[in-house]
Design a binder for this molecule. Structure first.
Ligand code: NAD
Length: 552
């Protein structure tokens, strides 16, 4: 292995049990490539002293030491040497604690009684490689969140370690730099773009394309991973993918957006296609962008290929109901959750963060059910009216002014204040990372329906679960979009179009089925809804992987 010190890996084992020290020593001693240089420390303080004095490539850490216990041990080593990968070595009774350390940033955990030469060396090697990868492009809070959610589910379900290691990172990623001409003809802008395919096992891959100034390989990879679990959870024959361009699309004219999109489509065209990978809209993109991608791909092929993207305009083979499908799905699931929680929706209040595709449709369908909408927001402002907001008036205002700023029929509040409003139903439908350890305590809803991807951190999740908030996790709550995208792909490949009633009926029955499977699993095993939904998805992927076997 090519480490900082050539083919030698310097491992510090912090462990007070001489039997385990002896075992690790024996297991590592015979390896020739890499050669392991093992140092030991029997207490935390001795370990920190060694970290201070000598160069170390990674730490193997027992959490229960004579001078430190529990997560504190991990946190102290981590804060002392933040850049050094840590793998927890744990006994079976401490496995939950070890998983918590992984959630908090440890690279992996190993169970002492199951230690073998292969598992130990592999875990050390991967820990060092992953840290290096994270230091580069992949590192993003979202990717870390996606990996930790996955590791938590993997731990609860006892996932096969071979599969666990494979699923932690995407199968295929494409990074492109692409130039496009600004309207000022001599000005050429070069931006970064990505397409990531997480697993190719389940069929073609599927996932949106995002235009946003914060897009990175890590963010796109997290979204691709969530797409895998989402598609598997609702039983669609797709693996997860995602793409994006790091640019603020609100600063582009329509002509610039079109040139950027066509060049991006050309750059990713080798890996997309109706049987390979099918993009769709996400933040900052819409049906017009999908039409340009479809046209560019078709021009390159020499014939029309409608099934290369979904979320297209109807006239190009788009599905009826696709545009509003994610918001509609969020509301179908809220209806199921409300039945379970015995909430009467016509007496409920709701707050929706984000007034784009998902947020505005969720707000619209909720208010059609008689839910009183008391707060909405977008990137410019939040609007609050305790007597209820009028959807027709909000939609008319945004159609005219693009943003909510200045909307007269309510008080202007910040997005932070909006999330903390007392309400029955809260729908975050804008960005990731909105409900965190910092504000989770002040969230006052009964039901949280995650329209956005990744709006809640794991730390916040725990606080909300303790408070008894019922969570419809993103991979379930916003699965309506990809489900109707699947319908669109099916219609395009069969050249047979469905009615809106057919689309909505099938959407409802697929989401209801996924909701009840998730709820049953959560109730049967005392899991929270997110872990139950993740396990539903991961289990299906893992079964498919085992059924296909390993090539070659
Ligand atoms: P969109 O671009 O149509 O709308 C995003 C909205 O969020 C806009 O109103 C924008 O003003 C607002 N916003 C941006 N920054 C904000 C901030 N800091 N605070 C508050 N609001 C802010 O995007 P969309 O398609 O509605 O996607 C929203 C979320 O839903 C994303 O997380 C996306 O990944 C997820 N999602 C979308 C779909 C889909 O079909 N469009 C499907 C599944 C999940």
């Amino acid at each position: 292995m090519n480490t900082a010190s050539g083919n030698t890996v310097k491992v510090l084992l912090i462990e007070d049990n001489p039997i385990h020290v002896g075992l690790v020593k024996t297991l590592l001693a015979e390896s020739k490539s890499p050669v392991f240089q093992l140092q030991f420390a029997g207490t935390l303080q001795a370990g920190l002293n060694q970290l201070d004095a000598a160069s170390v490539d990674m730490v193997l850490l027992d959490l229960t030491l004579p001078d430190s216990e529990d997560l504190d041990t991990f946190i102290r080593v981590r804060s002392f040497a933040p850049a050094i990968p840590i793998v927890i070595v744990t006994s079976l009774d401490d496995i939950k604690l070890a998983a918590k350390a992984v959630e908090a940033g440890a690279q992996d955990y190993l169970v002492k009684t199951q230690l073998s030469r292969t598992s130990l060396i592999r875990s050390i090697r991967y820990a060092i490689e992953r840290t290096r990868v994270r230091d580069a492009e992949w590192d993003s809070p979202m990717f870390r969140l996606a990996q930790r959610q996955f590791l938590k589910a993997a731990q609860f379900m006892g996932l096969d370690d071979n599969i666990r290691q494979r699923l932690l990172f995407p199968q295929r990623t494409l990074v492109v730099t692409l130039p496009f001409r600004r309207d000022h003809y001599t000005e050429v802008e070069t931006v970064f773009g990505y397409r990531v395919q997480h697993i190719l096992t389940m069929g073609p891959t599927k996932g949106g394309i995002r235009y946003h100034q914060d897009v990175s390989l890590g963010e796109v990879s997290a979204l691709a991973m969530w797409m895998s679990w989402k598609c598997a959870l609702v039983h669609l024959p797709f693996g997860g993918a995602k793409g994006g361009v790091r640019i603020d699309p609100t600063g582009l004219t329509s002509h610039e957006l079109q040139r950027l999109t066509r060049r991006f489509a050309t750059e990713i065209s080798p890996i997309i296609g109706p049987e390979k990978d099918i993009p769709a809209p996400d933040m900052g993109t819409n049906e017009r962008v999908m039409a340009w991608i479809m046209d560019t791909y078709s021009q390159e092929k020499g014939y029309t290929v409608p099934a290369v993207v979904t979320g297209k305009p109807l006239v190009l083979g788009g599905a009826r109901g696709r545009n509003e499908a994610t918001g509609r799905g969020v509301v179908y699931l809220i209806q199921e959750a409300a039945k379970h929680l015995k909430m009467n929706l016509s007496e409920c209040t709701a707050v929706v963060q984000g007034f784009g595709n998902v947020g505005s449709h969720a707000a619209l369908f909720l208010s059609e059910l008689g839910v009183k909408l008391i707060g909405v927001s977008d990137a410019t402002t939040g609007i609050y009216n305790r007597h209820g907001l009028s959807m027709p008036s909000l939609l008319e205002y945004v159609a005219k002014n693009r943003f909510l700023e200045g909307y007269p029929e309510g008080d202007q509040i910040s997005n932070e204040e909006l999330l903390e409003l007392k309400c029955d139903i809260l729908v975050p439908a804008a960005l990731q990372n909105q409900i965190t350890a910092e504000n989770a305590d002040r969230i006052q809803c009964k039901l949280l329906a995650e329209g956005a991807n990744g709006p809640t951190t794991l730390e916040a999740d725990e606080v909300l679960n303790e408070k008894g908030v019922f969570i419809l996790p993103d991979i379930l709550a916003n699965a309506g979009g990809v489900t109707v995208s699947y319908f669109e792909w099916v219609q395009d490949t069969q050249n047979y179009m469905w009615t809106l009633e057919e689309v909505n009926q099938r959407l409802k029955s697929i989401l209801k089925d996924a909701f009840h499977r998730t709820l049953n699993r959560a109730q049967k095993n005392q899991f929270d809804m997110r872990t139950a939904a993740m396990i539903e998805g991961v289990e299906r992927v893992s079964q498919a992987k085992l059924a296909r076997g390993l090539y070659p």
